[in-house]
Design a protein around this ligand. Structure first.
Ligand code: SF4
Ligand code: SF4
Length: 397
């Protein structure tokens, strides 16, 4: 297929947390709000005068310093972020808003705080408690936490307008980017998709790491371009897969999977679009923050929600995705040493294989995946096993 016009530009943006669009927005007087978890609604960090930057550590090499402060048994993603912070990679941030969602990420952010790795005069870090269920009691608590730990902090320290009108404006901008990403992602349902999983991952990851308003023109042009893009005549893949699990902020991982024969048609992971890039629908009657929080709780597919209803909902959602994106199998992943997704992967892999009948590859991932030969071999073997299963299915029919 012909290269997408803006792919190279977007790939370059992903090479540095403090990328050109972040610098452009800050030069215009806007605040860069560091975000580390999907449980803080991104849209609250997109109020007028602010923009969220989901922290990543592109091109991570050694994570020795992160390991020194956090031990070798903690999540590699958190250690890599701390390492990048020690290197000075997040000094551009005006604040970090973190939830008490995952203890390992909290230790990472606490170390950034204790070591004073972000040193702007008014820089602050705010932590909030986020629920593990999605019932009405949890919702009330969530709304209160978001009000006092996010909105009041931003308005108190920086004078950010946190009124309902400002929240509605933030939702409008957020929705526009989500609408474009969702429309682009729909092409992955095609029999021979006109967009690869890698290309989609570049586009989607960029929306987490750049001011969305500075990106929408490129997204809109890409959507237009895809309208007439012709895929190669023969299929360049041997199986279609859903990737589900914890954070994947590096499109190179998706490229590695696709280079091993499996096209990634659905991204059910943190930094992905399912969920993550759906529009927020507001009515005129209710409090805006309440409506935002309710939708985030309802969509939430993080393994941190541990009640049975949510666990089963996560499994049936993967099944739904596999059906609507015509997947042949599921790659269930977790970042190495992630507790939540470790449990989820063990249970979910078995359920998706034994109860739902999908071929499943279950893997734990290093943060810096590079050209990991072991992972490549495992994906290749998985693809072959899907092909053999399909041949056997045809023979017995
Ligand atoms: S996987 Fe869950 S806890 Fe971890 S960053 Fe994502 S939403 Fe937060
Ligand atoms: S991968 Fe797991 S341990 Fe690491 S930050 Fe995400 S939820 Fe926390």
């Amino acid at each position: 297929m012909k290269d997408l016009k803006h792919l190279y530009y977007l790939e370059n943006l992903l090479q540095d947390a403090n990328n050109n669009l972040v610098r452009e927005a800050q030069a215009g007087g806007r605040l860069a709000v560091g975000s580390v978890c999907s449980l803080i609604p991104e849209v609250l960090l997109s109020l007028p005068g602010c923009f969220p930057v989901r922290l990543r550590a592109p091109n991570t090499g050694s994570i020795d310093l992160g390991t020194y402060y956090m031990t070798s048994m903690s999540c590699e993603c958190c250690r890599a972020l701390l390492e990048r912070a020690v290197e000075g990679g997040y000094k551009f941030l005006d604040c970090i808003i973190a939830p008490d969602a995952c203890a390992q990420m909290n230790r990472c952010v606490e170390n950034i705080d204790l070591l004073k790795l972000c040193d702007k005069e008014k820089f602050f870090i705010s932590y909030s408690d986020v629920p593990m269920k999605s019932d009405e009691t949890a919702l009330r608590h969530y709304v209160k936490q978001m009000r006092i730990r996010v909105l009041e902090q931003l308005s108190g320290v920086y004078g950010v307008d946190v009124s309902d009108a400002a929240l509605r404006a933030a939702v409008l901008g957020h929705n526009e980017a989500c609408r474009l990403i969702t429309a682009i992602g729909e092409y992955r349902k095609e029999d021979n998709p006109r967009i690869t999983g890698y290309e989609f991952a570049v586009l989607c990851t960029a929306t987490y790491c750049c001011p969305k308003d500075l990106l929408v023109d490129k997204l809109r042009e890409t959507l237009d371009e895809l309208g007439s893009r012709q895929p190669d005549s023969g299929k360049n893949f041997r199986a279609r897969v859903v990737v589900a699990g914890s954070e994947i902020d590096n499109p190179d991982l998706i490229r590695l999977i696709e280079g091993s024969g499996a096209l990634v048609v659905a991204d059910r992971f943190c930094f992905g679009s399912l969920p993550g890039r759906q529009e927020i629908v507001l009515n005129d009657g209710e409090d805006v923050l309440l409506q935002i929080c309710r939708q985030y709780l309802a969509w939430g597919k993080c393994a941190r929600f541990m009640d049975t209803a949510k666990i089963e909902e996560r499994q049936s959602y993967i099944d739904e995705l596999a059906k609507s994106y015509h997947a042949d199998g599921i790659i269930f992943e977790q970042q190495k040493f992630c507790d939540y997704w470790g449990y989820e992967r063990a249970l979910g892999s078995r359920v998706m294989r034994d109860d739902y009948g999908y071929p499943v590859l279950s893997v734990d991932l290093p943060y810096a995946v590079g050209t990991n030969a072991q992972l490549r071999t495992r994906v290749q073997a998985f693809v072959e096993s899907i092909e053999i299963k399909n041949i056997q299915g045809k023979v017995t029919r």
